[in-house]
Write a protein that binds this ligand. Structure first.
Ligand code: ADP
Length: 184
């Protein structure tokens, strides 16, 4: 299949829904027989960027390495789904410039919603002082200024969030439209 590579970069607070949306988008891509790869922040930190911490320098280095791999895959025609808090705007912009075919998804849920979900129990630990430098609690999160897509997961369903991502990828010509799929 002739496919244009693209990096779809999901950024947002812990618990905002990055992994959930990424997995659901991946299901859709699989069903449409697209070549894709997932770079999930938690998994990346156990492998590619093992040993890095959560200082600004280490967070930036984490994102730089993820961006490097995403670039290699993207230029070989793969749809790369990156799911990483990636709290700093400047490094996200650096990665965007390097990759070129880059679509930023701001997975936006209010802190209190993320904290209520507390999917991994990390907010509770951060509030108890057991984890330092936790994004949103005692470490910054710089929201994207002009993301291609914004998923408001505190108020929209997962299906709505997924549909936003797919239709944007279609309108940017990274995916054929579903109408075209039906024709072929
Ligand atoms: P992150 O990867 O950003 O840390 P997760 O995907 O692990 O976040 O967790 C997000 C949680 O929010 C999940 O429990 C998910 O079911 C829930 N959720 C509720 N609404 C949405 C939505 N519209 N999109 C994504 N996740 C949602």
């Amino acid at each position: 299949m002739n496919q244009r590579g693209v990096t779809v970069w999901f950024t947002g607070l812990s618990g905002s829904g990055k992994t959930t949306i990424t997995q659901a988008v991946a299901e859709k891509l699989r069903a449409r027989q697209h070549q894709f790869e997932i770079l999930d922040g938690d998994i990346v930190r156990q492998n590619l960027t093992k040993g890095l911490g959560f200082s600004k320098e280490d967070r930036d280095e984490n994102i730089r390495r993820v961006g490097f791999v995403a670039h290699l895959l993207t230029r070989n025609g793969v749809i790369v789904l990156v799911s990483a808090i990636s709290p700093y705007r400047e490094i996200r912009e650096e990665v965007r410039q390097r990759i070129g075919n880059f679509v930023e998804v701001y997975v936006n849920a209010p802190l209190d919603v993320c904290e209520q979900r507390d999917v991994k129990g990390l907010y509770q630990k951060a509030r108890a002082g057991e984890i330092a430098k936790f994004t949103g609690i005692d470490d910054p999160y710089e929201a994207p200024l002009n993301p291609e897509i914004e998923c408001l997961t505190g108020q929209e369903t997962l299906e709505e969030s997924v549909a936003k991502v797919l239709s944007k990828l279609e309108s940017l010509d990274y995916l054929p439209t579903t109408a075209m799929l039906k024709d072929s």
